[in-house]
Design a protein around this ligand. Structure first.
Ligand SMILES: [Zn+2]
Length: 314
């Protein structure tokens, strides 16, 4: 089975705490040896410029994170960067772990599409347009009351990402921004780490209408292991499966995957300590009666479909 995780903040966490993602650690939620143990074949690594670098120093921090990622997620460590469809197919034919670099929040672009193109040249293949706050691209969920969606620059960025073959990520975006993005994007859009509002009422989660719209455009929702987004205190794997169930009932099993948020949160749902507990979640899907075919799609095949449709060929 091919397992893919569409969101972790491990690069920022590791650079900050000084651990090496190529080596097994007791700290944090993931590293390459633990990803291998968990059976994750492809990991999206979000480069997240922490709030301390906002405003003004986010590009600096993203470049540092990018350098750290290329240093620790290289071929010697048994990983390979995924920038094209050819890389993806090559990776699937080896025992390497694929690393796909994304950026969480468009601040580092500094209002300039040229910076997006440079970051793309450096290997970045996805962008979460905003974090919770407002930036040059649009409003995050914390600004939802403004009714603001995407700015003119935000629209320019989505169009350029479509042209370059970058994955547009709407997690953290305000609802108005969400609809503007879906209307504009010619490629499938992902919500890399968001759950269902119908199951857990939280501004970071998606309404049924939003989930249907993502599915209609052949995109994907990655369910997230942050306790507040999953359920009441003490929520565990079974509560997470409730979110997957809900998406499957709403739109079928082709539009849901995992976006764990490992190392982006101090707390995880109960029963999960780090990435090596991924099998617990797969077992919970089996217990809930999911077929092996369905589990295969949810764990990775759905995401491979999106990558094959969005990434540049070579
Ligand atoms: Zn996030």
């Amino acid at each position: 089975m091919i397992c893919v995780d569409m969101h972790c903040d491990s690069v920022a966490e590791a650079l900050k705490t000084g651990r090496d993602l190529a080596r097994r650690s007791q700290q944090g939620h993931t590293d390459l040896p633990r990803l291998r143990q968990a059976g994750i074949k492809l990991q999206f690594f979000a480069l997240f410029p922490e709030r301390a670098y906002c405003p003004g120093r986010t590009l600096y921090q993203v470049l540092r994170l990018l350098d750290y990622a290329s240093e620790t997620l290289g071929e010697e460590a048994g990983a390979m960067m995924i920038a094209t469809r050819r890389d993806l197919e090559q990776c699937l034919a080896t025992d390497k772990i694929g690393a796909l670099l994304t950026i969480e929040g468009g601040e580092p672009l500094e209002g300039e599409v040229r910076i997006l193109r440079v970051l793309h040249r450096l290997g970045v293949r996805g962008l979460g347009l905003t974090w919770n706050n407002r930036n040059e691209l649009g409003d995050g969920v914390d600004e939802s009351r403004s009714g603001g969606g995407l700015t003119r620059f935000g629209r320019q960025v989505v169009r350029e990402m479509n042209r370059l073959g970058m994955i547009v990520d709407v997690s953290h975006l305000s609802e108005a921004g969400f609809w503007a993005t879906l209307e504009l994007s010619r490629a499938p859009v992902i919500a890399s780490h968001s759950n269902c509002m119908a199951i857990r009422d939280h501004p970071r989660n998606l309404t049924d209408r939003q989930i249907k719209a993502i599915a209609q455009q052949d995109g994907l929702v990655g369910v997230n292991l942050v306790p507040q987004f999953v359920g009441p205190p003490g929520a565990g794997p079974s509560s997470l499966i409730d979110h997957i169930d809900h998406i499957c009932e709403l739109v079928g099993d082709d539009y849901v995957g995992f976006g764990t948020d490992f190392d982006g949160t101090d707390e995880l749902i109960s029963g999960v300590r780090d990435v090596t507990d991924l099998p617990v979640l797969i077992e919970a899907l089996r217990d809930r009666g999911y077929s092996e075919a369905s589990i295969g799609k949810i764990c990775g095949l759905n995401c491979l479909r999106v990558l094959r449709s969005v990434l540049p060929e070579k």
